[in-house]
Design a protein around this ligand. Structure first.
Ligand code: SF4
Length: 122
């Protein structure tokens, strides 16, 4: 089976505002929402960023894993669910306490809102 790759805008190795504790933050590339006050408009284009595999993300995580004992990893963007297959592959590997920030699509485009949750894989 071919390894799934995602377009990743950037990785932040020492995130302190995207969930509890110190976290590695994965900013996924691509978002169709076009929110007026978006703080990451450079994530919008799905063609941008760098292609990465789950193993490449985890290798970066492992490099600093001692910092993440009370934190973990947050996947955000952009809109992570544009690259759902990748997120599905990544999350069960990560374990408990990891976080996915996402935006809910509505076909009308009239009401857009934001929520997040903590995964509970163990
Ligand atoms: S959903 Fe998030 S990344 Fe997308 S435009 Fe809105 S604020 Fe920006």
């Amino acid at each position: 089976m071919a390894e799934i790759k995602a377009r990743v805008h950037s990785l932040e190795s020492f995130g302190t505002v995207d969930g509890p504790g110190v976290r590695m933050v994965v900013f996924m590339q691509g978002c169709p929402m076009r929110c007026l006050y978006c703080h990451n408009p450079d994530t919008w284009g799905i063609e941008g960023g760098t292609e990465m595999t789950v193993d490449e993300i985890l290798a970066q995580y492992d490099r600093n894993v001692s910092f993440y004992k009370r934190g973990g990893i947050t996947v955000t963007g952009g809109e992570p669910l544009l690259q759902m297959d990748f997120v599905i592959e990544l999350y069960p590997i990560l374990g408990f306490g990891n976080r996915l920030d996402l935006h809910r699509f509505q076909s009308s485009g009239i009401r857009k809102y934001y929520f997040s949750f903590e995964s509970n894989y163990e």
